[in-house]
Structure formats: structure tokens, C-alpha cells
Ligand binder design. Structure first.
Ligand SMILES: NC(=O)c1ccc[n+]([C@@H]2O[C@H](COP(=O)([O-])OP(=O)(O)OC[C@H]3O[C@@H](n4cnc5c(N)ncnc54)[C@H](O)[C@@H]3O)[C@@H](O)[C@H]2O)c1
Length: 279
């Protein structure tokens, strides 16, 4: 549980851009020491330099979070720099997809690697440290509305984000009564560079494929929606409040509630049908 961020150590993945950068900025403004970890070195250097100009205690670390050994090295470097880590934000994420049956396995591996496995690596690497120092802390996992509902055409993303919600729920149950809190952030559209995710695809997942016309059109629609989305700083302010209140679920787009209600209505109707079933 965290109410006072002053002097606390924070580790934020995907910290060079978008929501991660805004989280880093908010933590630093509240007095935390912030490590931004990201795969995009140029953007990371600029982010660190910008934050330093505000007087923040911030550092950058190039790290491919889908590489387990790289996350372990990042944890060692962060503890060496700050002594202790209290705030862990598993936030880096990429989008990609297409209809199931047409998704190259390398695309599944990449999206699940960054959006799900990296969250698991972050937890398995940092949680023992958070527990051991005993000063309490908070874990923020960035999922998405795609962790609550399952829109077509983005299965690897949906699958990963649902799993991140489940991981966070499990973790919150395991840490109940402890001094470590858990948030799962489930935003709708936020004005970031996520639609340009392929810019940071590690070469071991192979080159991005040439997108078919339908996928390019869909990406253009998503890009337009993102530009009308919430500002990352507003999302970060919401997360700060949720950490202080120790809220597990963090929603930023109340207008999307209907989609979740629809899903649960269909699930409950299926239970009614099961209850009424006579062989
Ligand atoms: N933008 C939205 O509308 C939206 C909505 C819901 C959830 N999200 C989630 O928010 C999180 C942040 O995304 P964003 O929208 O700020 O996008 P973004 O592209 O602006 O930022 C993502 C950051 O993650 C980094 N990254 C990508 N692959 C990485 C890797 N292998 N290792 C380390 N860093 C890597 C990128 O370099 C980038 O800096 C993601 O988990 C995303 O799924 C975004």
C-alpha cells in the first residue's frame, strides 16, 4: 500500500512513451526515484532528458521485457541504483493481430511475449525483492479494456490482456492483508503510439509481415480513434489515485461499461440455461 511516494524506487516498463512515460512523470513529480525501462533507446534517452529537466530523479535502461534474462539484469541494475524498488509497473505493450487462422505464429509469440510473458517475468523477478525489503509497495499491471471484452481481429492482444487481468486478480488475492497492493489498469482509447508497435519488434520474432489491405484500413481507424483518446497524463493521474486508494480494478473510460455488462449478461444467461436444462 502506498500513499507517500517520496524517496520510493519505481520501475516502469514501456517508460519511453505513452502511458509508461506518463506514469514515470507522475511518480517522479510525487517524489519517487524512477527507472524507465524500454526497448526503444532513442525515445528513452529523450524521455529521461525531458524528465531530468523537471528536476526528477530518473534513469533509463534499455531492456527487451520479453527477454527474461534482460528483465533479470534490469532488476539487478535498478536495485543497484536505488537500493529498493517499491513500485513496479508492468506496462510495456504492443498491438498486433488479424483474424484467428491467419495470424503467423511469430506474431502470437511477439504479442504474448511482450504483453503477457513480460508481466510474468516482472512479477517473478521483482516480487521477492518487494517482499524481502518489507517496506511495502505497489504493483501496477497495464491490461486494457481488451482484458474485459474480446473484440474480433486482435486475439493475441485480447488473450494476453485477459491473462494480465487474471494474474492481477490472483496476485491481489495472494497479497491480501500484506503491505503490497495491486492495480490492474484497463483503459479504453488513449492517445499514444501503440498503433506503431511494429517499430519495436525484436528481430528474433522475425520481420513484420506485409499487412493486407483490410488490416491496414483497420489500423488507420484505430489510429484515428487513438488520436481522440484520453491523454496519458490523465490516465496516470487516475492510476495515482487508485494506488492511494488501493483499488484493484482501474478503469478510465466509464462509457465502456456497457460492453462489460453485455458480456456478463450473456454469461449469466448461459447459467440460467444450464439451470433449466433437463436431459
Ligand atoms: N493506447 C491505448 O489506447 C491503450 C489502451 C489500453 C491499454 N493500453 C496498454 O498500455 C500500455 C502502454 O502502451 P501505450 O499505449 O502507452 O503505447 P506506446 O507505444 O506509446 O508505449 C509502449 C511502450 O512500450 C515499449 N515497448 C514495446 N515493446 C517492448 C519490449 N519488448 N520491451 C520493452 N519495451 C517495449 C515501446 O517502446 C513504448 O515505449 C500497453 O500495455 C498497452 O497495451 C493502451
Amino acid at each position: 500500500m502506498m500513499r507517500d511516494f517520496r524517496g520510493k524506487g519505481a520501475f516502469v516498463t514501456g517508460g519511453a512513451s505513452g502511458i509508461g512515460l506518463a506514469l514515470g512523470r507522475a511518480f517522479a513529480a510525487a517524489g519517487a526515484k524512477v527507472m524507465l525501462a524500454d526497448i526503444e533507446a532513442g525515445a528513452l534517452d529523450r524521455a529521461v532528458a525531458d524528465l531530468k529537466r523537471t528536476g526528477a530523479e530518473v534513469r533509463g535502461l534499455v531492456c527487451d521485457v520479453s527477454d527474461r534474462a534482460a528483465v533479470e539484469r534490469a532488476a539487478v541494475a535498478t536495485v543497484a541504483a536505488f537500493g529498493k524498488v517499491h513500485l513496479l509497473c508492468n506496462n510495456a505493450g504492443v498491438g498486433g493481430g488479424g483474424p484467428i487462422g491467419e495470424i503467423p505464429l511469430a506474431d502470437w509469440d511477439w504479442v504474448i511475449g511482450v504483453d503477457l510473458m513480460a508481466v510474468i517475468y516482472g512479477l517473478e523477478t521483482f516480487l521477492p525483492h518487494l517482499k524481502a525489503h518489507g517496506e511495502g509497495g505497489h504493483i501496477v499491471n497495464t491490461a486494457s479494456m481488451a482484458g474485459m471484452v474480446s473484440p474480433p481481429g486482435m486475439a493475441p492482444y485480447n488473450v494476453s490482456k485477459h491473462a494480465v487481468v487474471s494474474l492481477s486478480e490472483t496476485l491481489a488475492a495472494e497479497l491480501a492483508g500484506s503491505t503490497i497492493g495491486v492495480c490492474v489498469l484497463c483503459p479504453g482509447w488513449v492517445d499514444t503510439r501503440i498503433v506503431e508497435s511494429a517499430r519495436n519488434r525484436p528481430s528474433r520474432y522475425g520481420p513484420p509481415r506485409e499487412m493486407p489491405l483490410a488490416a491496414r484500413e483497420r489500423a488507420a481507424q484505430v489510429a484515428a480513434l487513438l488520436r481522440t483518446g484520453m491523454s496519458p497524463d490523465e490516465v496516470a493521474a487516475r492510476v495515482m489515485a487508485a494506488i492511494r486508494d488501493n483499488d484493484l480494478y482501474v478503469f478510465t473510460h466509464p462509457e465502456m461499461r456497457g460492453a462489460v455488462e453485455d458480456r456478463f449478461r450473456r454469461i449469466l444467461a448461459a447459467y440460467d440455461k444450464a439451470a433449466a436444462f433437463r436431459p
